[in-house]
Design a protein around this ligand. Structure first.
Ligand code: ZN
Length: 423
């Protein structure tokens, strides 16, 4: 198989390049990347003019719900959803049933992903056994089995001494600790952001302090231990000055946000819209602006989806009973592209946030269009509009506030090793 992609806008963060040119793929490997490649023999040519050509994305915050909640999603449908979004590698969170706190569950995920997965799957193991926050899991054995990071996502490790030990233990194995920064006492029974909307709807609110208190403690422990820390799904403007402080101090942390935190506000939940119920909650327009500025300044340098599928059983219920979370892996590039459209990020910066920076967090080589790399290529049309109907969504669950809305920017073609997919 030989395939020539012509005249695309090549955006390659590993090379630090953004230029119009051609990419040549042969037998699942990149064999050429240049401003003009001429081939005399007859081969398949893809005209990519007006489109972006970039390496596959890495989404390091995905819930595949497998094992245990396969009615919401499984490894096959979750990864298919990723493929359609140009996300060719995902790291899956351990809050499955049972949680991934053992080599057995890690092995199960890796085996099933090999058999049924459409993209590469990297398991993330729990920090503590059963995610109970009491006893650390066996990081060394888990790393040998294939986990790329540890996290108790969904829960914050409340015991500061245990978190300190987790950071030191993770450092021995060069694993990043990913923190779900939410103080559960401060967010107790919280349904949405604490503010105007919670007052209007009469729902218990989650104050910004729930995120700030948790994140700052973790930054302080990170500074002291010099271990790698990653702060998941940052949502509040109040935290940003502390991120700035930590960067200035050289604390070895990274921070992530998700498209819903720079695109949506608490207004979305008006009318008790359970599809906009998410954890941490959607905040205010001021928070959205602060998150964008933090992205622009590089204080937040990873964008992930926090893909959290829930079936209608968990969403079409009274607001207080509805599970928090929304799907998003298929929309990661489409929604993040808005940052380029409005001038917050350059295309190259965006590609760093979606490809090279997440790769660093989980300590893997990023997909690349460099000569000799395995083919992981995405062609994205920034102009194409489409309506996100439930048929378009590849996930088993359809829980997103973008359902039936018109979106702009669509992944058109994916090459993954020897396979070519067109959408
Ligand atoms: Zn989380």
């Amino acid at each position: 198989m030989k395939l020539l992609i012509k005249k695309g806008r090549i955006i390659e963060p590993s090379l630090g390049k953004d230029f119009v040119g051609d990419v040549l793929v042969e037998n699942g490997v990149i064999v050429g990347i240049d401003s003009n490649i001429e081939i005399s023999e007859k081969i398949q040519v893809i005209d990519a003019s007006g489109k972006w050509v970039l390496p596959g994305l890495i989404d390091i915050h995905v819930h595949l719900r497998d094992p245990g909640e396969e009615w919401k999603e499984d490894i096959e449908t979750g990864t298919k959803s990723a493929l359609y979004g140009g996300v060719l590698r995902v790291a899956c969170m351990p809050n499955t049933k049972p949680p991934n706190d053992s080599v057995e569950v890690t092995n199960y995920i890796i085996k099933k992903a090999k058999e049924k997965g459409w993209v590469e799957v990297y398991p993330i193991a729990a920090i503590t056994k059963g995610q109970k926050g009491e006893e650390l899991t066996e990081f060394g054995r888990l790393k040998s089995a294939g986990v790329v990071a540890v996290s108790d996502d969904g829960k914050w490790v409340r015991d500061s001494q245990l978190m300190r030990e987790a950071l030191l233990y993770a450092k021995q194995f060069d694993l990043t600790v990913i923190s779900h920064t939410e103080d559960p006492k401060l967010s107790y029974k919280g349904q949405i952001n604490k503010g105007k909307m919670s007052a209007k709807l009469g729902l218990k609110g989650v104050p910004a302090s729930a995120e700030v208190v948790a994140a700052v403690r973790d930054l302080v422990l990170c500074k002291e231990t010099n271990a790698k820390l990653h702060l998941a799904h940052i949502s509040t403007k109040e935290l940003i000055p502390f991120l700035k402080w930590a960067k200035e101090e050289g604390v070895p942390f990274t921070a992530e946000t998700c498209p819903h935190y720079f695109l949506l506000t608490e207004e979305e939940v008006d009318g008790y819209n359970t599809y906009a119920k998410v954890n941490p909650p959607l905040r205010t327009a001021e928070d959205v602006e602060a998150i964008k500025l933090a992205l622009k300044e590089g204080l937040i340098e990873v964008i992930a989806s926090d893909h959290a599928p829930h079936s209608s059983l968990e969403k079409e219920v009274e607001f207080e009973l509805a599970s928090p979370g929304m799907i998003g892996v298929q929309l990661l590039l489409t929604l993040s592209y808005r940052l380029v459209e409005e001038g917050t990020l350059t295309p190259l910066k965006l590609a760093e946030y979606l490809i090279t920076n997440p790769a660093k967090v989980i300590n893997v080589d990023p997909p690349s269009l460099k000569k000799g790399s395995p083919a992981e290529v995405v062609i994205f049309d920034p102009e194409e509009k489409f309506v996100l109907t439930s048929e378009v969504i590849q996930s088993k669950s359809k829980n997103t506030p973008f359902l039936n809305k018109e979106l702009k920017g669509k992944v058109k073609l994916v090459i993954r090793r020897k396979e070519v997919f067109t959408f």
